[in-house]
Design a protein around this ligand. Structure first.
Ligand code: AP5
Ligand code: MG
Length: 218
């Protein structure tokens, strides 16, 4: 069975963590707009340079390039076959409408849109302790999910780093952008009748169970 899921939620709520669990257990391809942008930045492409100028300030990358970049990936044979877990896209109503149009044309049915929900102080704590692997993308936390060897990835043994946009002032700006621009995306999917709200303050396994049971894809 190939799942087709969208994860929406504030910075640090655990979208990437849940996308990785869904990808490894259901086989659907994880597509994170943030990860794709960071890969472009690392490779010093034109898109990466453009994205960096927004990401470093905690602002959204413009809709046009973001929509084009994500739809291109959704059209690949692998994603058609495996299904997808979208993490961080769409996060404006314009992006959501473009995605709805694309899915309609391609006759692709969504299993659901999951809104992960926690209080702001929880996400600030999660982001403040996050460390990640730039090579394989594995996500850790200095308290909640410690690597076996401090500073190194359990999966590929690379050095773990703190993300550039996890500075306190940038986190505040990302939360403001979420409230002003991405909350309406949640309302948009609620009005379409495909939204599943999941409290995300428990541990990762508990959140995962609520997602798959809530979507009926267990
Ligand atoms: P993006 O990379 O998507 O960042 P974000 O939305 O701010 O979310 P994060 O990746 O910070 O958090 P997450 O929800 O994935 O949490 P995680 O699983 O890591 O985007 C970055 C930037 O790119 C944006 O600001 C924007 O500029 C640009 N961008 C991206 N998409 C765009 C778009 N569509 N349009 C325009 N611009 C776009 O978890 C966080 C920490 O908590 C980890 O340490 C983890 O171990 C821990 N944790 C996770 N779950 C739990 C749990 N249940 N219990 C305890 N700890 C937990
Ligand atoms: Mg993420």
């Amino acid at each position: 069975m190939s799942a087709r899921i969208i994860l929406v939620g504030p910075p640090g709520v655990g979208k990437g963590t849940q996308a990785a669990l869904l990808e490894s257990r259901l086989g659907a391809k994880g597509l994170s707009s943030g990860v794709i942008f960071r890969t472009e930045i690392e490779a010093e492409t034109d898109l990466g340079q453009l994205a960096k100028s927004y990401i470093d300030r905690g602002e959204l990358v413009p809709n046009g390039v973001t929509i084009q970049m994500m739809l291109k990936r959704l059209r690949t044979e692998e994603v058609r076959r495996r299904g997808f877990v979208l993490d961080g896209f769409p996060r404006t109503v314009r992006q959501a409408e473009a995605l709805t149009d694309e899915l309609k044309v391609e006759e692709i049915h969504l299993d659901g849109v999951v809104s992960l929900e926690v209080a702001d102080d929880v996400v600030v704590g999660r982001l403040a302790g996050r460390i990640g692997c730039t090579k394989c993308g594995e996500i850790y936390h200095s308290v909640n999910k410690r690597p076996k060897r401090e500073g190194f990835c359990d999966v590929c043994n690379s050095v773990l780093v703190v993300r550039e946009d996890d500075k306190p002032e940038t986190i505040r700006q990302r939360l403001t952008v979420f409230r002003d621009t991405t909350r309406p995306v949640i309302d948009y999917y609620e009005s379409l009748g495909c939204l599943l709200k999941v409290p995300a303050d428990g541990d990762s396994e508990g959140v995962y169970r609520m997602i798959v049971e809530g979507l009926g894809i267990d």
